[in-house]
Design a protein around this ligand. Structure first.
Ligand code: LMR
Length: 340
């Protein structure tokens, strides 16, 4: 199993992980936004996830049907349904991990930032419930624009006096999944065998794949490296355009979200050496929040590995990402001031 920390930290390979260690600890996971286009496939994967003993599904519509449907799957997790704000407390009570895919999605021509006004309100409302009803849970935010929604949730937790930066994650796993898949395709390798870290944020130029740190090592001529980087940065848009107004990535995002939650639960259960890239409160660059490889542990972030060794091309990508990230972060932080 290549899941222990190796001398090169990124030797960690998600796809070769074994589920055989599954302990029977009680792990309640709450999904906020479980009936949506992303919430449903994510909840299905979490229902299959052997680390989860109780899957609590929350939404403002249709969640009883989704929960009834999932509850017939012959897997470990018990499923409960929570409809509307009055049922947030029972959904969140005792949750170890809270996953938040709630919110609206992009249509062609929109940026993730165009979702800000609607999704900021959703995240503020749900983060407030988490801060009140399960302040010790680890919060995994998928709702876009992640660059801003993680700061919003963090400000809500600060306001409620329960902020722990080690326990709030922006889920950027899909960027790593995409980078690894595209590189594997380009090099004729198996996607399972490739792991390319992606740092920065989760939109446009803030998505910074560190191809020089890819495991196994891969080399590209400059123009191909530029094209590969651009494809990874625009991969979400590729899906939005292909869906032609009917949504953004839901299936691959569910796959990636489940991978992140799985890693987190393994770490919470005491497995060591588990590393995932995630967007977190960070002192690694001038941006207050920044995605980097993170060693996960019993309390969330165990260690931030930072950006590591990069080539000049990547140094420039990071330089370019930081002002945009800082703008997105400020917008998130100021949201609570503007709309208290
Ligand atoms: C993605 O990366 O696919 C998501 O952030 C959804 C989107 O709008 O691109």
């Amino acid at each position: 199993v290549v899941r222990k920390l190796q001398p090169a930290i990124l030797n960690f390979n998600h796809n070769q992980r074994s589920f055989s260690i599954t302990s029977q600890t009680n792990s309640k996971v709450a999904v906020l936004g479980a009936a949506g286009g992303l919430g449903q496939p994510l909840s299905l994967l979490l229902k299959i996830n052997p680390h989860i003993s109780h899957l609590a599904l929350y939404d403002i519509v249709q969640v009883p049907g989704v929960a009834a449907d999932l509850s017939h799957c012959s897997t470990r997790a018990k499923v409960s349904s929570h409809l509307g704000p009055d049922q947030l407390k029972t959904c969140l009570d005792g949750a170890k991990v809270v996953v938040m895919p709630a919110g609206v999605h992009r249509k062609p021509g929109m940026t993730r930032d165009d979702l800000f006004q609607t999704n900021a309100a959703v995240v503020r409302h749900l983060a407030d419930a988490v801060a009140k009803f399960s302040p010790g849970a680890i919060l995994c935010i998928i709702t876009d624009p992640i660059n801003s929604t993680v700061p919003i949730a963090s400000e809500v937790f600060k306001y409620r006096g329960v902020y722990d930066p080690n326990r709030i994650f922006g889920v950027t796993t899909l960027d790593v999944v995409r980078a690894s898949t595209f590189i594997a395709q380009a090099k004729g390798m198996k996607a399972h065998d490739v792991n390319c870290p992606v740092v920065g944020g989760h939109s446009g130029v803030t998505i910074v794949p560190l191809i020089s740190q890819c495991q196994p090592f891969v080399s590209f001529p400059h123009d191909e490296r530029v094209a590969m980087t651009t494809r990874i940065q625009k991969a979400g848009t590729e899906v939005v355009e292909a869906k032609a107004g009917n949504g953004s990535a839901t299936l691959s995002m569910a796959y990636a979200g489940n991978q992140f939650v799985s890693s987190l639960l393994e770490a919470l259960e005491g497995e060591t050496g588990i590393v995932e890239c995630a967007y977190v409160r960070s002192d690694e660059t001038e941006a207050k929040y920044f995605a980097t490889p993170i060693l996960l542990g019993k309390n969330g972030i165990e260690k931030n590995f930072g950006v590591g060794k990069t080539i000049e091309f990547e140094v420039n990508l990071i330089k370019h990402a930081i002002p945009e990230l800082q703008k997105n972060i400020r917008k998130g932080e100021e949201y609570l001031v503007k709309y208290p």
